[in-house]
Design a protein. Structure first.
Length: 438
């Protein structure tokens, strides 16, 4: 019985399993579908794979800016989908290989908690019961279906999973939800020539992103021909028409991506488990039940794969009583929106706190100028007025996703401006903007 049971094989689940195996802990991990969870199978990886293909087509059709002429450029969406599937399969196989240990038992099936005491947790799967000393819940999240009349059992309506598995592009699309998922799909379809309309209920697209950055992306996309409506509620969906507070908008497909909710299926026996948006956990990912932990989307904290992995590391570290005990620096978890141009951010926004704000166009970077003809971009750094410590960094411009980790490190370690000035950045790189802004 002295082993760790993990329900869910996504980024939190497989990371926790790896950590426990390395420490010599016996592990059983339950996954009802495929290892890798939503992120690898129907989320981050397939989306980014398709987005990269779309970017290649977009770059080829706009190559004249760089002195290159490409004629009769075409794309094959079926081939893009095939490549996406191959990438996902390879990565899933890689995870299986990493968990290939005599200390790890992988059970494919839908697991459910049967009972729990302070001494053990009993989990059932495929008619077999397993007893564990500790349970780590990594059941992830599911697409949220808003209570909009006409949305259910409507063949014209897609979820993000439907969109990723479609073998053909829609002739036109209305995207309900201008958050990260919605804007990334808008990028994919727009760059492949599909007319796109985005409907967002909040005052701005990307509601959790720095307002100035989000406004720049909106202006860029509207100039490119993407129709964007904010402060607009979808009242009803009639066939392939979205009836909104700003009028009716019809398209071949209506993609609904308005967020995700914690997946609590199979946990019904844990009647005393406390919830707060998702499963309530402390700084060490412990629930209110002594031998039950949770990590990833199911906690409802930050629904990002890399946040889930870090939560899993902390949870396993606490179970194994590793010293020093680690906490998660939620203020230093970066996020990226894979639009074109990319958006990357970490830390607070100026809407949240009064602080010193430094701005620079990304064109202050020589490499950015060389590789992003006609683009300006922006990098913002938020600094505590008293201590001069770096509190946040927000950027729009390719490839800011590749240098936001440096900014995250500065925020995580509490670097002051004078300390960060001492960091040497390679030249020429776009990351030098972080030095230029100081």
């Amino acid at each position: 019985m002295n082993f760790l049971a993990i329900i869910g094989g996504g980024p939190a689940g497989y990371t926790a399993a790896e950590q426990a195996i390395k420490a010599g802990k016996q592990v059983v991990i339950f996954e009802k579908e495929s290892l890798g969870g939503t992120c690898l199978n129907v989320g981050c990886i397939p989306t980014k794979t398709l987005l990269y293909s779309a970017k290649q087509y977009y770059n080829a059709t706009h190559a004249q800016k760089y002195g290159v002429t490409a004629e009769n450029v075409v794309f094959d969406y079926a081939a893009m989908q095939k490549r996406k599937t191959i990438v996902v399969r390879k990565l899933v196989a890689g995870i299986k290989q990493r968990l290939n240990s005599e200390l790890c038992t992988l059970v494919t099936g839908e697991a459910a908690v049967v009972s729990r005491t302070d001494e053990k947790v009993v989990i059932a799967c495929n008619g077999v019961e397993y007893e564990a000393e500790n349970l780590l819940i990594c059941t992830g999240s599911t697409n949220f279906v808003p209570p909009i009349p006409g949305i259910k059992e409507n063949e014209a309506v897609w979820s993000s999973t439907d969109a990723l598995s479609a073998k053909e592009l829609p002739k036109s699309i209305v995207i309900v939800g201008g958050g990260v998922i919605g804007m990334e799909f808008a990028t994919l379809y727009h760059e492949l020539g599909v007319p796109v309309t985005i409907i967002e209920a909040m005052p701005q697209i990307l509601p959790n992103i720095d307002g100035e950055i989000a406004a720049m992306l909106r202006e860029r996309y509207e100039k490119a021909g993407v129709q964007i409506l904010t402060d607009t509620k979808v009242l009803e969906i009639k066939g392939n028409t979205a009836v909104t507070s700003q009028g009716d908008f019809a398209a071949e497909r209506i993609l609904v991506c308005v967020g995700r909710r914690a997946n609590l299926s199979g946990l019904e026996a844990l009647t005393d488990l406390e919830y707060e948006r998702g499963i309530k956990v402390d700084d060490f990912m412990r629930t209110n039940l002594s031998n039950v932990y949770a990590a990833g989307d199911v906690t409802g904290k930050i629904m990002l794969a890399h946040a889930a992995s870090r939560q899993a590391e902390v949870a396993v570290g606490r179970m194994l009583k590793q010293i020093p005990l680690q906490r998660i620096a939620y203020n230093a978890i970066p996020s990226v929106v894979y639009t074109n141009p990319e958006i990357a951010s970490v830390g607070i926004t100026e809407e949240v706190m009064d602080c010193e704000v430094r701005r620079l166009p990304m064109t202050f970077s020589g490499r950015f100028m060389a590789e992003n003809e006609g683009e300006t971009g922006l990098c913002k750094m938020l600094i505590d007025k008293k201590s001069q410590s770096i509190l946040g960094v927000h950027a729009i411009g390719n490839p800011c996703s590749e240098f936001i980790a440096a900014a995250s490190f500065a925020v995580r370690m509490g670097y002051t401006v004078s300390e960060f000035k001492q960091v040497v950045f390679p030249h020429p790189t776009v990351s030098e903007i972080l030095k230029e802004i100081l």
